[in-house]
Structure formats: C-alpha cells, structure tokens
Design a protein around this ligand. Structure first.
Ligand code: ADP
Length: 243
C-alpha cells in the first residue's frame, strides 16, 4: 500500500539518496537499518515532504505523487496520510502536552478545538500520559516527551507513522518503555517505518528489515533472514559491527 520508487535526493554535491525502492504492505512494521550517513533519516523526511526529493515516485494507497512535478495540493494530500516521530521529539516548548497533540488537528486538519481535545485526550491515554496533559515539555522526562510525540502522531490517524530513531536521544533506562509503547501501537495494525539500531526490537516487532548503505537499499527481507543469513557482504559487515 506504500511504494517508493527511485527516490533521489542531493544536498549540494552530495547525492544522499541514489534511487531508493521498496514497498510496505498495510499493517507492516518496517525497520530501516544502516550505517550513519547512509540516508535513512533523509529518506523518512522525503516521505513526509520535510525534504523534497528531486526524483522518484511515492504511492500511498491509490494516490501517487511524482516528486519532480508534485503540486502543493498533492503534497498536502499525501502529508495528511503520514505522521512523523522525531528523534528529538520536536515539541512546542510553549505549549502543554495536550496543546502539542491538538495542534496538528486544529491547524492542519481544521478540526474544531473541542473535538480535537477529545481525540488528543484519547491519544494521551493510549500513551499513558492522561495525568500529564497540562504539563509543558520541560516538566516532562525524555521518555514522556517522546510519548507526547507519539500521541501527536497517532491522533492524526495516518496511513503510516514514520519513526526517526525514536529512542536514540533517551537515557538507556527509558528506551525499553518507549519501544514497548511502539510495539503496542504496532499490534493495533498501524503501518510503521522505523529507523532504529535496536536489533532486538527489529527482530521481535518488524516484519521487514530494509538495510541501506550509500543511499541505496542493499538488501531487504524478514528480520530472521537478514539477521541470521544476510546475503550481502555489506549487510554482514554492518551486523558484525553492531551485534
Ligand atoms: P542517516 O540517517 O542514515 O544517518 P542522513 O539521512 O541523516 O543519514 O544523512 C545522509 C547524508 O546527508 C549525510 O552525509 C548528511 O551529512 C547529509 N545531510 C542530511 N541532511 C542534510 C542537510 N539538510 N543538508 C546537507 N546535508 C545533509
């Protein structure tokens, strides 16, 4: 239901994505792995139009967009189907947890404030933050801030949630609870693309692992295949370094 074809992105003279292709089926949890600098974050940002790829196609359900010719309306339409969870949470510091979660609904989706608040409270309940809705980000732990970030994504009811290293800024003792929450949301059947180095999470939760290097997909497959019997030497080398 999501297809990326030939996605290319260049920063200055640095071609960071060199024609990325893969497919994600409805309900899949796809983990994107790869060395630092291989283009994982840029790829997620291109899917959400936080960056504009120069070439390639993105299809979500029946809607297809050509990065080269995309109109503003097409971009807005496709953005409505995706939500992004940032490594550094990216919360509005001057807004409460509740306001951070309602913001996208009220501003981008034009949903009335009262209804937005009802939906936001439900999302905050799901991430276990009901009693923190009036807190500002600085009054919350990193793990709680990331849970606000996750509530802000799920409240949009997107086709796919894009997680960009969601636990890498967290203290080690908070990583487990955050991964547990992501696993719980995945169990509800929400499609996810997750950039992470957490191999245990990838083994348990992902149905597909995509290994990237040098701006391309080197290898993809079921976690067991990739982790126990990688076909490509580059994948083997990478796994040897991190396992
Ligand atoms: P990864 O997530 O795999 O670590 P990134 O997508 O963050 O890789 O980065 C890939 C490459 O793109 C790196 O060389 C990085 O320096 C470069 N890059 C990323 N974002 C920008 C940007 N906004 N401007 C210039 N170069 C960038």
């Amino acid at each position: 239901m999501i297809e990326l074809r030939n996605i290319q992105k260049t920063f200055g003279r640095n071609q960071v994505l060199r024609g990325v292709n893969f497919r994600v089926e409805h309900g899949d949890v796809v983990v994107v792995l790869g060395p630092s600098g291989s283009g994982k974050t840029t790829l997620l940002r291109c899917i959400n139009f936080l960056e504009k790829a120069e070439e390639g196609f993105l299809r979500i359900n029946n809607q297809e967009i050509n990065f080269k010719t995309a109109s503003r309306k097409q971009i807005l339409d496709i953005r409505k189907q995706t939500a992004f969870v940032f490594q550094n949470y990216n919360l509005f510091q001057n807004k409460t947890a509740l306001e951070n979660v309602t913001e996208g609904l009220i501003i981008a989706r034009k949903i009335p404030k009262k209804e937005a608040e009802e939906r936001a409270r439900e999302a905050l309940k799901k991430v276990g933050l009901t009693d923190r809705e009036a807190y500002y980000p600085q009054q919350l732990s990193g793990g709680q801030q990331q849970r606000v970030g996750i509530a802000r994504a799920i409240v949009l009811n997107p086709e796919v949630i894009l997680f960009d290293e969601p636990t890498s800024a967290l203290d080690p003792e908070l990583v487990g609870e955050t991964l547990k929450l992501i696993r719980k949301i995945a169990a509800e059947g929400i499609t996810m693309i997750v950039v992470t180095h957490e191999i245990a999470f990838a083994s348990d939760v992902a149905n597909k692992v995509v290994f990237m290097d040098g701006g391309m997909v080197v290898e993809e497959g079921r976690p067991q295949e990739i982790f126990t019997n990688p076909k490509e030497e580059r994948t083997r080398q990478f796994l040897r370094r991190i396992l």
